[in-house]
Design a protein around this ligand. Structure first.
Ligand SMILES: CC(C)(COP(=O)(O)OP(=O)(O)OC[C@H]1O[C@@H](n2cnc3c(N)ncnc32)[C@H](O)[C@@H]1OP(=O)(O)O)[C@@H](O)C(=O)NCCC(=O)NCCS
Length: 166
C-alpha cells in the first residue's frame, strides 16, 4: 500500500471512497464527499492524501486549516478520513492519519484538532485540552494534538466549507 498526495486525476475516485465509507455510518450527514470537493475548490485542502493499493484508491484523509478566536495560528483540522468499507480495520486509516500527522509536524504547524471517537484518536496522541473550545458538537469528541508550545486558548472554527457542506 502506498500513501501519497492526491493527483488531479484522483478527484472522482476520492469522492467515491469518501461517499462509500460514510454511507452506512449513522452519525453521517452523507455530505463528507461533497465537503472534500468543496474544500478543494476553496483552496482549503492543506493536505489530501490517498491510500493506494494495486492502482486503486482505498482510503483518503483531508487536512484543512482551522482558526482560533478567528486567527490563523498554524492549527489544522484532521478529517474527514475514510477507508472503503471492505478495507476497514486493516490499518489503512491509521496509516493515513500517521502520514498526515508526521507531515504536519514537519511543517510549521502548531497543532491539529479532530472531532471523533476518543477511543480511536487517542492512539495518535489526541487529547482533550481545556484551552480549546469547539461549539460544533459534544466537547468529549473534540480533541487536540499540540506540536509546538504554547497551547493556545480560544474557540476553534473549521473552514467555512464545513458549515456550508459538512
Ligand atoms: C474510521 C476509519 C477511517 C478507520 O480506518 P480503518 O482503516 O478502518 O482503521 P484501522 O484499521 O487503521 O484502525 C482500526 C481502528 O479503527 C476503529 N474502527 C474501524 N472501523 C470501525 C468500525 N466499523 N466501528 C468501530 N470502530 C472502527 C477501531 O477503533 C479500530 O481499532 P481496533 O481494531 O483496535 O478496535 C474507517 O473505519 C472509516 O472509513 N470509517 C467510516 C468513516 C468514518 O467513520 N470516519 C471517521 C470520522 S471522520
Amino acid at each position: 500500500m502506498l500513501i501519497r498526495d492526491e493527483a488531479s486525476g484522483d478527484h472522482r475516485a476520492i469522492r467515491s471512497v469518501v461517499d462509500a465509507a460514510f454511507e452506512s455510518m449513522p452519525f453521517s450527514n452523507k455530505k463528507e464527499g461533497a465537503l472534500v470537493d468543496a474544500l478543494r475548490a476553496a483552496g482549503a485542502l492543506t493536505m489530501s492524501l490517498v491510500a493506494e493499493d494495486n492502482d486503486a484508491i482505498i482510503g483518503h484523509i483531508a487536512i484543512s486549516p482551522v482558526t482560533i478566536d478567528g486567527a490563523a495560528l498554524g492549527w489544522f483540522g484532521l478529517g474527514p478520513v475514510a477507508v472503503l468499507p471492505e478495507r476497514q480495520r486493516g490499518g489503512v486509516g491509521s496509516a493515513l492519519i500517521d502520514a498526515a500527522l508526521s507531515r504536519l509536524r514537519a511543517t510549521a504547524a502548531a497543532g491539529c484538532v479532530v472531532f471523533g471517537k476518543p477511543s480511536f484518536y487517542e492512539r495518535f496522541g489526541f487529547r482533550q485540552q481545556a484551552g480549546l473550545r469547539f461549539a460544533g458538537g459534544p466537547p468529549e469528541l473534540f480533541m487536540t494534538l499540540l506540536f509546538r508550545s504554547p497551547a493556545p486558548i480560544g474557540a476553534v472554527d473549521y473552514h467555512p466549507c464545513f458549515g456550508l457542506v459538512g
